[in-house]
Each structure stands twice: as C-alpha cells, then as structure tokens.
Design a protein around this ligand. Structure first.
Ligand code: SAM
Length: 271
C-alpha cells in the first residue's frame, strides 16, 4: 500500500493558512489531520513534488510522518524548559519541539553520526531552529548535565517503517540486529534517566512495533530508577490506529497507508 505524503507546517517560519494558500496555488490537494492543526495529508502529489516548492526550500514545511509527530506533542515542552533530544538527526522532531516552544526552550540536540550531524545542522538552520547541536555518543554524555525534559527517539530495527512490498525485506532482519538494537536502546534509556531531573519528563519512542525494542526495554531499565510510565490518553489523537501494547498507557501505532508503525511512551521521574 503506498504511504500518503504528510507534512508539518513549521510555525517558526509560516502558518497553516499561508501553506494552504501555497498548496492551492500549486494545485496540490490536502486534508487536515483531526488531532494536529499544523499537520496536513497530501493527495495526488509525491514527496519530490513537495520538495520542488518554495515553502519546502525555505523551511516553511517539513515532510514528516504523522506517527513521528506524536513524541514532541507528548513531551509537553514549555518555553522555560531545558530539553535534550538525544538521538536527533535528521531533526524532524527537534524542529517540532522548537516550533512548539516558539524557539524559547533551551534545546540541546545530540547525534552520534558525523554526516547525519551535518544534515541535522543544515535542517535546523533551514527551519530557523535555535539549538545547540552536539556530535557525540549520547550514552557517553557527562552526568554533570541535567534536563527538565528529554526526547529519546531511539535508533531501532525500523520494523514499523518496512512495507511488505519492500525489496530485500527478508535480509533486513536478524536476531543480531535486534539484540544490538535492544542493547543500545537500554544504554540510551539508562543515560536518559540518569540525566533527567527529578520531576522531569521523558518521551521514549521508536519506529518499531517489536515489543523487545519497546516495552521490553522499559521493563528492563525503569525498575532501576524512580520512574513511572505515565499513561497516554489517546482521546486527543482521534483516528490514530493502534496495536495492543504490553504496558498499559504506552502507545503502539499500527502501520497503515497514513501512519508508520511506531511506539511511544511517556515516563516521569519522581520528584
Ligand atoms: N529523532 C530523529 C528525527 O525525528 O528526525 C530520528 C532519529 S533516528 C530514529 C536515530 C538517530 O540516532 C540516528 O540518526 C542515529 O545516527 C542516532 N544514534 C545512534 N546511536 C546513537 C548514540 N549512541 N548517540 C546519539 N545518537 C545516536
């Protein structure tokens, strides 16, 4: 099933009315997303068609799957927050956090891969995001740092984004890939909970629907910290397709033509 093109309006540089006018002028059809004013679903145009528009070139919009817009919304970032995005490139969620706080939060972005860090810097500059970008292994960040809020959008097997029609799917997965992925996710979550201030909020997400990478990681790491899963109410996210999750209150998004398979959990560190 082909996946719809979806986008987020970058409110640091534009607004939904302006973007809709530009799409109308380019004869590109779109529809609203019930739970997010700044998101649009495009019909009859490809990602390349969108990339050819000035609103894309000037960072007024960002191509982003609807599932991946959930973590920044659930982070509930405020202007006064000191925030870490631990695995940030290419930066869709970082830019969304910046937009949601009108560039007022103190935002630190960490990315291990050098080339992806350059891409992250480019994307942040294009979208007018104010942030401090670090090229570093987040598992090795100094424990001297501390943050009010942390987004850990962890590297994963990508099981939620693979389509059955994808070529090479059979070679994409192995026990080794999964166990390496889980090991890294546990190390990153352990560091995230170490750096999170007491009373702070952490969002853990992956684009995988495999329980080992999601609830399995939470169940293994959370008992070592004074931290609890805060139940996510899906009432405000009308129409998001769900799969069962092993831990109540966490969300596993079911992949379909509009949504990538995805997992998200909100964690609070006790004061
Ligand atoms: N949050 C990003 C976004 O919305 O655009 C997507 C993040 S992607 C799922 C995971 C990223 O983590 C990759 O860019 C990968 O290079 C990076 N990464 C992997 N291991 C890391 C580590 N130890 N420290 C920091 N970043 C890491």
């Amino acid at each position: 099933m082909p996946r719809h093109v979806t986008m987020r309006v970058n409110t640091l540089k534009s607004d939904i009315s302006h973007v809709k006018r530009c799409l109308d002028a380019a004869s590109i059809s779109y529809s609203d997303v019930p739970w997010y004013r700044d998101a649009l679903v495009i019909s009859g145009a490809s990602e390349d068609d969108i990339r050819a528009l000035d609103i894309y070139t000037y960072g007024k919009i960002y191509l982003q799957n609807l599932s991946s817009m959930l973590p920044p919304l659930l982070l509930e970032a405020k202007a006064e927050d000191c925030i870490l995005d631990m695995a940030a490139a290419p930066g869709g969620k970082s830019a969304q956090i910046a937009a949601l706080t009108d560039n007022q939060a103190q935002l630190t972005l960490c990315e291990k891969d050098k080339i992806r860090t350059e891409r992250l810097k480019f994307n942040m500059a294009r979208q007018g995001v104010r942030a401090y970008v670090m090229n570093a292994d987040a598992t090795k960040l100094s424990d001297m740092f501390s943050f009010d809020k942390i987004l850990l959008d962890a590297p994963c097997s990508g099981s939620g984004t693979i389509r059955i029609t994808d070529k090479g799917i059979s070679g994409a997965f192995s026990d080794k890939l999964l166990s390496n992925s889980v090991k890294l996710q546990k190390a990153l979550l352990t560091k995230a909970l170490t750096l999170l201030k007491a009373g702070g909020r952490l969002v853990y997400s992956t684009c995988s629907v495999l329980p080992d990478e999601n609830c399995g990681v939470l169940s293994s790491v959370l008992p070592r910290f004074n931290a609890d899963v805060l139940p996510i109410s899906m009432d405000r996210f009308e129409g998001v397709p769900l799969l069962p999750s092993e831990i109540d209150g966490t969300v596993t998004v079911c992949p379909n033509g509009l949504y990538e398979g995805f997992f998200v959990a909100v964690i609070a560190k006790r004061p």
